[in-house]
Design a protein around this ligand. Sequence first.
Ligand SMILES: NC(=O)c1ccc[n+]([C@@H]2O[C@H](COP(=O)([O-])OP(=O)(O)OC[C@H]3O[C@@H](n4cnc5c(N)ncnc54)[C@H](O)[C@@H]3O)[C@@H](O)[C@H]2O)c1
Length: 671
Amino acid sequence: MSTAELKKQISEGIPSELPVAKPYDSNINHAPKRKDILNGAEKRLAVKNALRYFPVKFHPVLAKEFALELKEYGRIYMYRFRPDYEIKARYLDDFPYRSRSAASIMLMISNNLDNSVAQHPHELITYGGNGAVFQNWAQYRITMKYLSEMTDEQTLVVYSGHPLGLFPSHKDSPRLVVTNGMVIPNYSSQDHWEKFNALGVSQYGQMTAGSYMYIGPQGIVHGTAITLLNAGRMISKSGEGLSGKLFVSSGLGGMSGAQPKAAGIAGIISVIAEVNPLAIKTRYSQGWVDEVYSDIDKLVKRVRQAKSDNEVTSIAYEGNIVDIWEKFADENINVDLGSDQTSLHNPWAGGYYPAGLSFEESNQMMSADPEKFKESVRKSLVRQVDAINRHTKKGTYFFDYGNAFLLEASRAGADILKSDGEFRYPSYVQDIMGPMCFDYGFGPFRWVCCSNDPADLEVTDKIAAKCLEKLVKNSPDQIKQQMDDNIKWIKEAGRNRLVVGSQARILYADAEGRIAIAEAFNNAVARGKISAPIVIGRDHHDVSGTDSPYRETSNIYDGSKFTADMAVQNVIGDSFRGATWVSLHNGGGVGWGEVINGGFGMVLDGTSAARKKLRMMLHWDVNNGIARRSWARNKGAMFALKREMDRTPGLKVTVPYIADDEVIDEAMRLF
Ligand SMILES: NC(=O)c1ccc[n+]([C@@H]2O[C@H](COP(=O)([O-])OP(=O)(O)OC[C@H]3O[C@@H](n4cnc5c(N)ncnc54)[C@H](O)[C@@H]3O)[C@@H](O)[C@H]2O)c1
């Protein structure tokens, strides 16, 4: 297709003639059928809602078609309106635009829906089973049309995938403001999501799905590698490292698929169970996992050999994770690090496959007999925890990987609580990510080259490495390890072939590092050393971006971990400090109603305006969270905040006085 034709189709919006209906493509990984949750009147409302996007002349055909989709899939995706062109990240100028910032947003949306990037591309789901970019194809089409025609004096407003419209604003305001799944707090249960989503009025945006900031599994490869390295430092008491050690987990999906690759980078043997053969095929064909086994006895033999040879290999097991934990316990295979990355934020609709049922049986049961399916999930979680407990008694370090495993296992009645009611195992943020990274401002900074050219990515890698190498010379001891890990990561990133989709890179940096790197990129764009603008952003899973009591803010111990002021303030603050787009979500990682999170995107186009904005916005975007973590008395954050106040005029943050426990004990005698 010529570029002119592509531009025409992207900016078309809803076509004036009905496109030909599209056959269901079974070569693509599809979302499972969703629960039949609406009553008769609500089903009627869902169809009526869907028809709002189309001229009345289409209604007789579409009303029946949409009713059928609702019946067959539990949702109205409007498959007929899926475009004919290939959706993927492209060179910025291949998109139709009047505003370059709007074109960069199109690039990011397109990457999130790329068949080789998205988990269920035809259902507009990027990752995590239900992490939606849009609810249906009409929303996609209208959004792309608006973006193609908007100017730098308008702002596009998107409510849970629905493009509310273009509103006049000004050139320094965000070009796009997105909210996902924001509901009245009392209406935030899992079933509320099912219902509102089936009605077409709300969606689960996960974190970077609904904010268009997903960069494929690379994002999580880095976080997982950092987590495994630091977990390894914790368990290798005499500094023996990870050689010959074993990591066991589950999931080769959107995010979880990064585990074997990250384990390889960290230098530990990994066994990852996955029930979906298509997910295994994808990761194996990408070279992210080295070997695949479906025979558990052969797997046991292979693992024994790898351990005794101190070999680093990553192995996918086609089957249920429960079987692995039980078998390895029976066979006395020592597991050093253990976790789980099934999608337990979405336990009843395909996020977790219970042991004892085949993949197909589960898919059928979850919609045909949801109560029986729920019971099977609960029983499976109880079995899984029993087996994990057998391992941890022998020394396995098990941690929750931000997928609501501990929460759902406890709700299922598994033996996962200590006598004081706390979880038996830590979340990876409590032990590792929180105190070692977030409290010091280190989080998942990322960028995307709008040229879509690997050569530009190579230049950015070099620039980023140079910036960090300069900064590390003056880094205090508390953050030296983080700086060194990230310098090593960025120097090896190109060789590790991490790109899937857009030309993107991630590394962990604090405010100082992020600002230095972004400024250097902006200068390089201005001087033509990088051929097109760079989009910077981050995962919501960051220092300030997410309030989530069992994950990002699980190491907040002043009682405020159930508040969400930080995440909401963060988005508001980013929006008036220069972000190109911002988004605020209910749900992400651990489930609807369990987390509030937000993110931003910012276009660096080489101008002095971009320089001013990046300095202002990145500083707030990190230090908001450090200030909150410091107020919660987190030692690392108190240190980082003091350092920041010393060097930043105008930054005055309320710092806590630390009460002496004896003084409080004395006062407590009054009760
Ligand atoms: N640790 C992090 O930083 C982090 C980041 C993002 C997401 N997450 C969370 O991790 C979870 C996984 O994310 P994802 O994007 O990979 O989701 P996903 O749905 O794409 O992948 C999960 C995979 O687990 C498989 N699975 C489910 N039950 C299984 C079982 N019993 N045995 C073996 N395989 C099973 C599924 O088939 C699926 O492929 C989510 O809950 C997500 O929110 C964690």
